[in-house]
Design a protein around this ligand. Structure first.
Ligand code: ADP
Length: 255
């Protein structure tokens, strides 16, 4: 493994009231910094901008209109990056922000340009921090499919990642929604993403999360096709990132 994309979801980055969990972010930053010190290229795809905005404006209810959500994501994105910058600096790491839209990936010229930019980051050991540009995408936050899970898969393709790690509030894919069924079982490995697997993922996510499991399965489908593995694991303990890179058997591995 050489290049690793880590995607952290809203459910991992925010607390019960929807605000940012700074302690958690600190631990994620530590993990990524350690990996870079070990010689890996690391790319972070992060949600959490809306949560950061809610914290700044002291709002604890999910925004009701799209405009309100987009305003919160714009306000929050700045402070989210400020937090990452401060925390990464403690490890002597420089970060750069890339706010992308799906458009970048459907136009060849823009795609190639994006790839050059990403590689320029990595060449200088700058950690790219990527988020979907929610404030300008007209339906980005409204629809469920098309969140950062898909974005992280597109980015993995772009920079030819060896591994994509998606951290969530759940320790992997279960054969049915574990929040509803007590007898749900964790699936260790998936080699073939068929209709049964998609059925397991259902559609619903957690309180502040966006995609639920289904967008993660779609991401898995996208990356495994191009030879990148994906692990879905719990972000409750960010040290899981290192454990996964060191091939410990946690979460659900898609190959
Ligand atoms: P994130 O914000 O990290 O992207 P989401 O809340 O969008 O996370 O998605 C994770 C949630 O998906 C879980 O907490 C769980 O409630 C739900 N879920 C639905 N079906 C499953 C399943 N088969 N296995 C695991 N989680 C599932």
């Amino acid at each position: 493994i050489q290049r690793i994309v880590v995607k952290v979801g809203t459910s991992t980055l925010t607390t019960e009231n929807g605000h940012l969990d700074i302690e958690k972010i600190k631990r994620i930053v530590l993990e990524l910094s350690n990996l870079q010190d070990k010689g890996y290229d690391v790319i972070l795809v992060t949600s959490g901008a809306v949560g950061a905005g809610m914290g700044l404006l002291n709002i604890s209810e999910k925004p009701k209109t799209l405009a309100e959500k987009q305003m919160l994501s714009a306000v929050g994105q700045v402070s989210l990056m400020q937090i990452y910058q401060t925390l990464f600096k403690e490890h002597n790491k420089i970060i750069g922000q890339l706010l992308l839209t799906k458009e970048e990936f459907s136009n060849r010229k823009r795609y190639l340009n994006m790839r050059n930019v990403c590689n320029a980051f990595l060449k200088r050991k700058i950690i790219p921090i990527i988020n979907e540009n929610d404030a300008i995408v007209s339906n980005a936050l409204k629809i469920k499919v098309g969140d950062n899970d898909t974005m992280s898969a597109l980015v993995s393709g772009l920079i030819d990642a060896d591994l994509l790690i998606i951290l969530s509030d759940i320790d992997g894919l279960y054969n049915k929604n574990p929040r509803k069924y007590d007898d749900a079982n964790l699936i260790n490995m998936v080699g073939d993403i068929n209709e049964d697997i998609k059925q397991m993922a259902g559609a619903e996510g957690s309180k502040f999360g966006t995609g639920g499991m289904i967008t993660k399965i779609i991401a898995a489908e996208m990356v495994t096709k191009i030879g990148t593995s994906l692990v879905i694991a719990s972000g409750d303990d960010p040290h899981n990132i290192t454990r996964i890179v060191e091939k410990e058997n946690i979460g659900t591995l898609f190959v």
